[in-house]
Every structure is written in C-alpha cells, then in structure tokens.
Write a protein that binds this ligand. Structure first.
Ligand SMILES: *Cc1c(COP(=O)(O)O)cnc(C)c1O
Length: 406
C-alpha cells in the first residue's frame, strides 16, 4: 500500500529529493560542501525575504533553531512578551523560561490568530521598554492558524524590542519579507514547506540581532550562534553536518525555485481551501477561525460519536493515509491535515475519500460524495474559492442536496 503523509511535518518527500541523499558523503570541511551551503543560502533568501540578514544552518529539528534563537538573543532575567496561539507558541515560552528569561504571555484563544489590538495595547503599556524581546508564531501548527505577519510587524516595530518569529511551518508558504517588516530572527526547518527530510534548522538573523547575540550572557555550547556564524561564513557548520540531509535540502530548494514561490503559495492555499470545504461537507467543523486559516495545515473538530484516535488509526492502517490528531488540550478533539509536501490534487482527493469512507464506520451522517465534490469545486474553480477561505453557499448547498445519505 502506498503511504501518504498528511501530517504537518515531516511531509511526503519527492523521489528526486529522496534520491539526492543516495550518494556518497563528502567532506563537510571541503570546497564542494561550501558550495552546497552557499547554494542553500541563496535558495533560502527569497523565502525569508532578506538580503540583510545572515543565514545560519543548524543540524537539528525546528525546536533546536528556536532554542538557539532565544538562548542567544536574550540573557537570563530579560523580560519577554509572547503571543502564543497554541502548542508551538507555548514551546517558545517554555524554552525562554528554561534559560531564565521571564515571559509575559497574551492569553491565546484556540483557533484564533493573535489579536493585533491586544498586542499593541500590551506593547504600548510598556512605556519604559521593560520587554527586551517579543516571541511570535507565523503559523501555529497545533491549531491551524496563520498570523498576518505584515500587520504584526508594524505593531512590534513601534515598540522596538527584538522579535523572534517561529516560521517553522510557515517559511515558504506565504510571502514573507523579513527586511521590510523588520523581524530580527526568523526560524525555519527543512521538513515542512520546503519538503526535505528533517535534520536542518535555518535561522535568518538581522544585524541588530547579531549585536544582541554578541552581548548575551546565556550559557550555550552546541547552539552557540556566534560559533555558528563563524563557520557559516566559510560555508560550514560548527559541528559535523547532516551531510545527506543537506544534499536533500539543496535538491528541495532547487525544486522550490523551479516551481516558483507564487505557484507554491497558490497550491498550498488551494489545497487548504479544498480540504476545509471537504471537511465542512463531511460535518467536520473547521477549527481555525475565518481570516486566520493556515495554508499549511487544516484543523477540524471531530464530531460527537467519532473516536479521533480510532479514526486516525483506521485511516493509517487500512488506507495508507496518515493525518495528525490534536496535541495536549486538543488531543481527541481535532484532526489536523497538512497540505505540505509532494502531494498532488489527486492525492488530496484520495485522502478526502479515504476520510469519508472511514467516517462511515461511525454513527454520524455522511453524504456520499459530498466531500469530494466540495474539494473538486475548489480545484476546478467552480465558485468555491474566496480568498481567506470562506466557502460559497453553493458548495454547502450541494453538500446538503446531492449525494446519497447512507
Ligand atoms: C514543526 C514545528 C516546530 C518544530 O518542531 P520540530 O519537531 O522540532 O521540528 C516548531 N514550530 C512550529 C510552528 C512547527 O510547526
């Protein structure tokens, strides 16, 4: 059975990118490796939207990148303001507290993006600039919520604190303009939109952030960004590089460049919209709020009478379709379906049909064919598509009036 990964990272990686790993290793201190690293920097710059920032690659998953950013930019005792939207925003807070920073957090409303007015209020109340740093999430993978990073940029710039952005599941998915928006450290990882295997975290660090890093008193060793920069400038990494993962990352970025950012942004947005339409047609209420829908992961509530874990287990075991469940508080309450990776429209349609079939095992009303039709209407541009992701009533009407109820 062919396995399709619809979890929000790691994702289904193309044969070409997988094939890039199938070659002999090279010297990670040699000239060929430096050229590879330089190509990777060049491939990443447009995704971050930066010419000014220095890019550093780390041999780790995304969390290591976040830890490196926070530990290096701040010092124990520094006050930070965080605007979490879910599990990953909370993780940044936990990292900062681990390193002795004090963090105030804006209370998240699950499924909603950060309230810009609340962020502005909290920052303007900080007239004496107690906050040294701000922690933001571009795309919150646990709730399927995406922030408007241009809008938030204006607010944090007015305050001036160093801002770290977790863009691990956002980098490459939407237009991002680090230089223009004035963000200081933006963190990504290889296994999400870029669709390479896990193993490489990437940080873009502004000149202002480097100044802060040079004065940070936080103890660090493996994730010392000054050491990482020293090596990065020679096209190296401080410790043994994940060479095979770097081959794959290089190939994935080449594939990204060839497809082109506009086409990729549109592909992800269309998949997400199609999946939302299909979920609604299946009676799964979309969890993220209108205006805040992520393009890389779609979240939906599991209807009463459906055991989320059982549903996901059956999909994986019987149909080769792997989705993710909810994390922490949302465990058992939502399902999450990623749009990232080497996934075709046909794969999305197949997965939606698999979910429909799996739901037939439960005592919930399912209109046969409605979900696939709702998704297809989005793909065929038959009037399902409104930017921001609302679906036209025609889709809902079709879902209610056509198809055979079981
Ligand atoms: C995947 C992800 C991370 C990092 O997770 P790792 O498992 O360490 O790669 C961090 N933040 C967000 C928003 C993510 O989606």
């Amino acid at each position: 059975m062919r396995e399709l990964l619809f979890i929000p990272g790691p994702v289904t990686v193309s044969e070409r990118v997988l094939g890039a790993m199938n070659r002999p290793l090279i010297d990670h201190r040699g000239p060929e490796f430096s050229e590879l690293v330089e190509r990777i920097y060049a491939g990443l710059r447009p995704l971050f939207g930066t010419q000014e920032a220095e890019i550093v690659l780390l041999g780790s998953s995304g969390t290591g990148g976040l830890e490196a950013a926070i530990a290096n930019a701040f010092s124990p005792g520094d006050a930070l303001l965080a605007a979490p939207m879910g599990v990953f925003g909370e993780r940044m807070i936990a990292i900062a507290r681990t390193y002795g920073m004090t963090v105030d957090a804006i209370e998240p409303r699950p499924g909603f993006a950060v309230d810009p007015n609340e962020l502005a209020r909290r920052l303007s109340a900080d007239a004496d600039h107690r906050y040294r740093g701000i922690l933001l999430t571009h795309n919150e993978t646990s709730t399927g919520v995406q922030s408007d990073m241009a809008e938030l940029a204006a607010i944090v710039q007015a305050h001036g604190a160093l801002t770290i952005v977790d863009s691990v599941s956002g980098l490459g998915a939407t237009d991002f303009r680090m230089d223009e928006w004035g963000y200081d450290i933006v963190v990504g990882a290889s296994q999400k939109v870029i669709a390479a295997p896990p193993g490489v975290a990437m940080l873009a660090v502004s000149p202002r952030a480097w100044d802060a890093i040079e004065t940070s008193k936080t103890p660090r060793f493996y994730f010392d960004l000054l050491k990482a920069r020293e090596f990065a400038r020679q096209g190296q990494m401080p410790w043994t590089s994940p060479v095979s993962a770097m081959f794959a990352l290089d190939a994935a970025l080449e594939q990204y460049r060839r497809e082109g950012a506009p086409a990729i942004h549109a592909r992800l947005a269309t998949y997400a919209e199609a999946i939302r339409a299909a979920f609604s047609a299946l009676g799964l209420e979309v969890f993220s709020q209108p205006g805040a829908h992520s393009v890389t992961v779609v979240t939906a509530k599991v209807p009463a009478g459906v055991d989320a874990a059982g549903l996901l287990r059956g999909l994986r075991a019987n149909r080769g379709v792997t989705l993710a469940g909810g994390q922490l508080d949302l465990k058992g309450k939502i399902v999450r379906m990623g749009t990232m990776g080497d996934i075709s429209q046909t794969d999305v349609l197949a997965a939606i049909q698999a979910i429909e079939i799996a739901l037939l095992d439960y005592d919930v009303p399912v209109q046969i064919g409605a979900a696939g039709k709702a998704a297809l209407r989005v793909f065929l541009d038959l009037g399902g598509a409104i930017p921001g992701g609302e679906q036209k009533s025609s889709v809902q009407m079709d879902a209610q009036t056509t198809g055979t109820s079981r």
